[in-house]
Design a protein around this ligand. Sequence first.
Ligand code: HSE
Length: 415
Amino acid sequence: MSNQRKLKIGLFGFGVVGESLYHVLQNNTSLNAEILKVCIKHLDKKRNAPTDLFTDNPELLLNNNDINVIVELIDDADAAYRIVSSALSNKKAVVSANKKMIAEHQTELLGLQKQFQTPFLYESACCASIPVIRNLEEYYDNDLLQGISGIVNGSTNYILTRISEDGLDFNSALKLAQEKGFAESNPALDIEGIDAVNKLTILLTHAFGIVTEPGTLVHTGIHQIHEQDARFAKEKGYEIKLVAQAKKLEDGTIAAFVLPQFLKKDNQLYNVKNEYNGVIVESGLADKQFFYGKGAGGYPTTSAVLSDLSALRYDYKYEYKKLYNSAPTELSHDFYLRVYVSFDKLYNVPHSLFEKIEEWSSNESRCSVTGILHFSKLAENDWWKQKNTSIVLLPDAFVEYVPEKREVLEDEFVI
Ligand code: HSE
């Protein structure tokens, strides 16, 4: 697509982000972009735009030779994949915000981009307004990048903030996040950490050239966090945040997961509140750099969609440099973490899985243990996902050295 050509857009979806994009483009002529047609599911629903703009027939966009860009902003990941693959096969550039679809279909989408040499941009799919994908793609050389760690889901961060600052209960805080348009239409995707792990899957590709399936990464959300965990955090001066993390280990392999973490004040993510996201990028030479911005909501997401549209005007494509031009990097389960786990019953504590137990406490309703776990104990078994169990990483959770395994005596756990 040359500089001279106008962007003629076929838009799929007219929800929070689709409608924001429409209004922004109406009022901004400098981008030289126009929405020619909008495909929606429910034609009878009243929209804040002229009726003749809308259709429910995707072919009117996908087979329209005047349209040179498809912007896909729908909710249904399967339908989104059909739209995006058809558009790329028709050599139409595509901009998408659908993290679930991208994470679940990375291999096929990489193949289509290669085969049809067509740009497919999705900056808005990770951390909305924060330009993290393009920075990871363009700026950080693979050898220098040591890790990324981020709050990548706005809804869960909003919920945690409302609980911690206003004393709201979980369901009221979730309801507010839904009302503000931050949450997915199925909010389980947010609160169970699925949205965050989808985003981590995408970031892994651009940061380290690792293509993996989101379901295979260790992840959970904030739905199992217990009042006792919040009390523990308060006592110690920590904040609980849902963090997506990828870290290069000494042998060059990568540790990656999405887990709640207790953060100390000196962690930049500590002060990331409400629907804001934050990403710390750690590189060998520059040390830590911090990206911060709104991670959910119509206009913040639209800002990234617009930035992708603008990049299309100079034929920008992701080159996937880390994937295609560097030595392959692999994920590892061979590392240790300092964790806090809380349970409803003392006899549920799987203390034999710990390499070392550092502290434990219990009362009639809840008990908790802190100690060192080998990551394989989380990756290869889901005891920690059982009902009434919660896990939170302790600050600076990666442990380089682990003392010799000691026997845990049963009577240590007798009240
Ligand atoms: N539900 C998502 C979030 C929307 O809360 O982060 C932005 O991806």
